[in-house]
Ligand binder design. Structure first.
Ligand code: SF4
Length: 890
């Protein structure tokens, strides 16, 4: 019999803005394998832990498979009719500004293009914004006011070619891991290359840094203004570039003089010597790339931070040449694409300007649209305010979870719940947002979608389908097209495939362009289905008639997209106001962790990814912890003026004193009280509208519990009656952390509520009345189906060993009693917290290898395999080696 050759599909990772190429292979038995595409210019075969675990996230558990109206299953026709009729009626009764779309950087360009066209050209409002507003709107605003367009001037290759890479507000090691690996590899090859990290936290990224500047929150404008002044004093300016290609230098420099070195030290919280060393190195190095990300953007002065950075590059002419330039890296897989199609409320399609009458007329003419929006629409924070006060009466949320990601999350949830008509198109059937939808529309997921995405270096790549769409799931572009047709716009929405939409998007980008706009992919305007299928990753611009190139850069010779083709240096002096007070003395910073993505709807399915950090946590400096009487692994209540959450304490001197950090990922689906967005006030940057997600005044206090628990279960727990709980996938099932504020009178009842109820199950239990400990282990045959450990103090069983027991056979009573005791028997091993997700290697194993003589990351890899696959944990391995060697030396 002939053997079937598995099909390999070239596609793109759906997570971060690095945009790695992936080879997806579906075997004859339907199993999926993914690996990095060696030919993709973003990653050359590398993948991080999240990308490597993609195959674990495509199951159908929790998928929304059929349309629903008011909680009942409906057919597509009925659901689409309901959406179109309600939107049309609302517009007729209250005007176009009474409806809104809140969309997502997870959408493909083709999805994004049609929804933007529908709103801005046919409904006639710009009330469409995207969760990219939370991610890089300040970079967009900073680019536009400096360059006249939202242009990222450089390429990833520049990070490898630079002699100095300055990372500002960017935990590249965890948030853009493959780009970090490229940088780390370049530095290993050329040790003379310098890396400086500017970040309040000493993140894993700082492990390759020659200098870490633990800057005060929002001190960046002062730091880079000071740098501009120093460059002038040191004679490091490029006078010719300034004269020929820029305006506004004198004003920007005058603003930069505002602070002397003492003032800069005061506003940045850095010592003078460290600042001087940074300035000296920057001035002396021609090839400098400044990478910035959410630490810059998510601020009430984010746009000014971007301008302060760009000013330094313009003043030195270090832009658009190999190894030089300011470089914004985006969080989401298609944040860049959203900007290209005009997915933000203040942008028009194809990088045209909503405030420019000629651009509006051009887009309207191209679309043959009956109307064109005449003004910017509501940006995300204002949009949900308008939902709350009733101005928005019909809201469509696509592929995003604003209840968990927007600031003032409780207000956002209340607003959505009260909105007269809410449509959510999503792949997940139950999220903190989906549960409030009147109409739920099942969207195609990664692996089923067909279209393009654009990464942080302007590279467009195909996402290709390799799995059948389950149930009645449909692509987002199809859903929007069908609604547009039902609203009376059939002629303008004739699309039968994403290729047709991409061709139109490309044609619009080139329409009356003549080099006056940066975004031009006119080379693909005539693309057909076969061409779209075969489309290889390419960087824009890709103008018709020009030879395709790679590592295309902008602005080495000027040519900005302003009326006089000169860049604008923008004088910036703004300081973020101090927010702390006696009642809220600490600054809360929010962000990402290595192995989770956004609100965990996808990465939360992977046991491999969930074992890295299995609970919501707060990083606290040991000195602050001592002040507030908090010990490592205590539960902590974090309170702001908006609300409170309860998370696990993680004490680390990587955290700056006076600041704490809580990750953004945990939702009501994974923890009792871990939604950090409910603490964040809706303070925004006045130019970009981006919320200040990294500067929130809070206080902390130990959460005192009368009892604690830890459980492992084969099935997802349904109801958890505990004051604190957090669940995470693990091998063979789920793991659960618990705490009870009050003493529990009936432990067996707690056990029965949590452990799986299976007839014929055999439950062992143990009670130590003196020490107030109870343990339960439930078996069916040889299989453990659940174990629960309860105690008056935090439960001290080895978590990873207990988790492993779910996958073991327990034939004899000794093995069962070991599970009940929560102690590895003879020969058992406690790995400790998992560091290497790919090979399941724990911190104790790595520490053991270090003690045994493995003193480099490579040696640990040789001994344990840890860090030898995706490489995302290499920075942590390095820090474990360092910590143990320091300990040994003491
Ligand atoms: S760095 Fe990781 S998450 Fe980002 S695109 Fe690449 S594989 Fe995906």
């Amino acid at each position: 019999m002939e053997e079937t050759v598995p099909t390999i599909t070239k596609t793109t990772c759906p997570y971060c803005g690095v945009g790695c190429g992936i080879l997806a292979t579906v075997g004859a038995d339907g199993t999926l394998a993914v690996r990095g595409d060696p030919d993709h210019p973003a990653n050359f075969g590398r993948l991080c832990s999240k990308g490597s675990a993609l195959a674990e996230t495509v199951d159908l558990e929790g998928r929304l498979l059929f349309p629903e109206i008011d909680g009942r299953r409906a057919g597509w026709d009925e659901a689409l009719d309901r959406v179109a009729e309600t939107f049309s009626r609302t517009i007729a009764e209250h005007g176009p500004d009474s409806v809104a779309f809140y969309v997502s950087g997870q959408l493909l360009n083709e999805d994004y293009y049609v929804v933007n066209k529908l709103m801005k050209g046919f409904i006639g409002t710009a009330n469409i914004d995207t969760n990219s507003r939370l991610c890089m709107a300040s970079s967009v605003a900073g680019h536009r006011r400096a360059f006249g367009a939202d242009t990222v001037p450089g390429s990833y290759r520049d990070l490898e070619l630079a002699d100095l890479v300055v990372l500002v507000g960017s935990n590249l090691a965890w948030c853009h891991p493959v780009l970090y690996q490229r940088l780390a590899a370049a530095k290993a090859e050329r040790p003379e290359m310098k890396v400086i990290v500017v970040d309040p936290r000493r993140t894993m990224t700082a492990d390759i840094a020659d200098q870490h500047l633990a800057i005060a929150p929002d001190g960046d404008v002062a730091l880079f203004n000071g740098l501009l002044a120093h460059l002038a004093e040191a004679g490091a300016l490029d006078e010719n570039y300034i004269a020929e290609h820029t305006t506004g230098f004198a004003e920007a420099l005058a603003a930069a003089w505002r602070l002397d070195m003492d003032g800069i030290a005061a506003e940045t919280g850095l010592d003078r010597a460290s600042i001087a060393e940074f300035y000296r190195l920057f001035a002396a190095t021609e090839k400098v790339v400044t990478v910035y990300s959410q630490g810059v953007n998510q601020s009430s002065v984010g746009t000014d931070k971007v301008s302060a950075i760009i000013n330094c590059h313009l003043a030195t002419g270090r832009i658009g040449r190999p190894g030089m330039g300011p470089f914004s890296v985006t969080g989401q897989p298609n944040a860049m694409g959203g900007r290209e199609v005009g997915g933000l409320a203040n942008m028009l399609a194809a990088h045209m300007d909503i405030d420019n009458a000629a651009d509006r007329e051009r887009v309207q003419r191209f679309w043959r649209a009956p109307v064109i929006t005449s003004a910017p629409g509501l940006k995300a924070v204002d949009m949900f305010r308008a939902v709350a006060d009733g101005r928005i009466k019909a809201l469509w949320i696509m592929a995003t979870n604003p209840v968990d990601s927007m600031p003032d999350g409780d207000m956002v949830e209340t607003a959505i719940r009260a909105c007269p008509f809410v449509v959510v198109s999503d792949v997940v059937g139950e999220t903190d947002t989906v549960r409030h939808a009147h109409v739920k529309l099942p969207a195609a997921a990664w692996g089923e979608k067909d279209g393009t995405v654009t990464n942080s270096e302007r590279r467009m790549s195909r996402q290709r389908p390799f799995l059948p769409r389950p149930g009645e799931a449909k692509p987002d572009w199809w859903i929007v097209t069908e609604v547009a047709r039902r609203m009376g716009f059939a002629e303008a929405f004739p699309y039968a495939s994403p290729a047709e939409i991409f061709a139109e998007h490309a044609a619009l980008s080139a329409f009356e362009n003549h080099g006056t706009r940066d975004f031009d992919i006119g080379a693909h305007a005539g693309i057909d289905a076969a061409g779209f299928d075969a489309l290889a990753p390419f960087q824009w611009p890709a103008r018709a008639g020009e030879t395709p190139a790679d590592d295309i850069r902008f602005f080495a010779e000027g040519g900005f997209f302003t009326p006089d083709r000169k860049a604008r240096l923008v004088p910036v002096t703004t300081m973020a106001p101090a927010r702390t007070s006696e009642g809220f003395p600490l600054v809360l910073n929010t962000g990402r962790v290595r192995d989770q993505w956004h609100t965990m709807t996808r990465t939360g399915k992977s046991q491999r990814l969930s074992q890295h950090l299995a609970e919501p946590f707060v990083e606290i400096h040991p000195a602050d912890a001592a002040t507030y009487g908090i010990a490592d692994a205590d539960l902590v209540r974090v309170t702001s003026a908006r609300g409170a959450i309860v998370v696990r304490a993680l004490l680390t001197s990587r955290q700056r004193e006076g600041s704490i950090f809580v990750p953004m990922h945990w939702t009501d689906q994974f923890a009792a009280d871990g939604r950090v967005d409910r603490l964040v006030p809706p303070i925004i940057d006045s130019t970009s509208g981006q919320p200040a997600l990294k500067h929130v005044a809070v206080r902390i206090a130990r959460f005192t519990a009368a009892a604690y628990g830890f459980a492992v279960l084969t099935g997802k727990p349904k109801r958890i009656a505990a004051d604190y709980w957090a669940i995470a996938r693990c091998e063979g099932g789920w793991r659960v952390e618990l705490a009870f504020a009050n003493a529990v009178a009936d432990w067996p009842a707690v056990a029965d509520a949590i452990l799986p109820g299976v007839p014929d199950a055999d439950t062992l239990s143990f009670q130590d009345a003196v020490a107030a400990r109870r343990r339960f282990a439930r078996f069916v045959g040889e299989r453990l189906i659940g174990a629960l450990y309860l105690a008056a103090e935090p439960v001290a069983v080895p978590r990873d060993w207990v988790v492993e027991q779910l996958s073991q056979a327990h034939a004899d009573q000794r093995a069962r009693l070991a599970v009940l005791a929560g102690r590895p028997g003879k020969g058992g091993e406690d790995k400790g917290a998992i560091v290497c997700s790919c090979f399941g290697v724990g911190v104790r194993q790595i520490a053991g290898a270090v003690v045994a003589g493995c003193h480099t990351v490579e040696a640990v890899g040789d001994a344990l395999l840890a860090g030898t696959n995706c490489g995302s944990c290499r920075a942590e391995i390095r820090s474990i080696i360092h910590a143990h060697r320091l300990q040994a030396a003491e």
